[in-house]
Design a protein around this ligand. Structure first.
Ligand SMILES: [Zn+2]
Ligand SMILES: [Zn+2]
Length: 149
């Protein structure tokens, strides 16, 4: 992992690589935050965050747009990874995208009547069925983890 990080830092001097609590792309600071761990998944995650950075993913208005950017980042990550002799497992990609999709589902479900709501802006959804408006937390380019009860 350190070896890979050194290579990436050299190949992409416009971005900075900083260790942190979770894999994340920070568009404001052009920073790729990585978790120091030695695993294939860590390398794949690093490639994914790098892809966000290279695609210059910054703004999205809705959760659906974020999901599209996630899909685009994985596709770019696969190509990037090949340059470093890394093959990203397709099942892993599917799992990550499914996680986002579940997260989006949970956010868009009306807390009152469980109908599927529509997003009005980055922080609000509304329900066509019962008229409820609800707030959601702002979303980020971080892998959302499923909340466990
Ligand atoms: Zn992502
Ligand atoms: Zn409702």
């Amino acid at each position: 992992m350190q070896n890979l990080l050194d290579r990436l830092a050299k190949d992409f001097t416009e971005l900075s690589f900083v260790s942190g609590e979770a894999f994340c792309w920070s568009p404001e600071e052009k920073k790729i935050i990585y978790k120091s761990e030695y695993s294939s998944v860590a390398e794949w995650s690093l490639m994914h965050e790098l892809a966000h950075g290279l695609l210059n993913h910054t703004i999205y208005k809705t959760d659906m747009e974020l999901l599209m950017l996630e899909v685009a980042a994985w596709s770019k990550a696969e190509k990037l990874a090949a340059n470093y002799d890394i093959i990203i497992d397709k099942n892993h990609i599917q799992d990550c995208i499914d996680t986002y999709r579940d997260w989006l589902d949970a956010r868009s479900t009306c807390p009152e009547c469980t109908s599927n709501g529509l997003q009005s802006d980055s922080r609000h959804y509304y329900c066509l069925n019962c008229g409820l408006v609800w707030r959601v937390t702002s979303s980020r380019f971080c892998r959302p983890y499923r909340l466990r009860a």
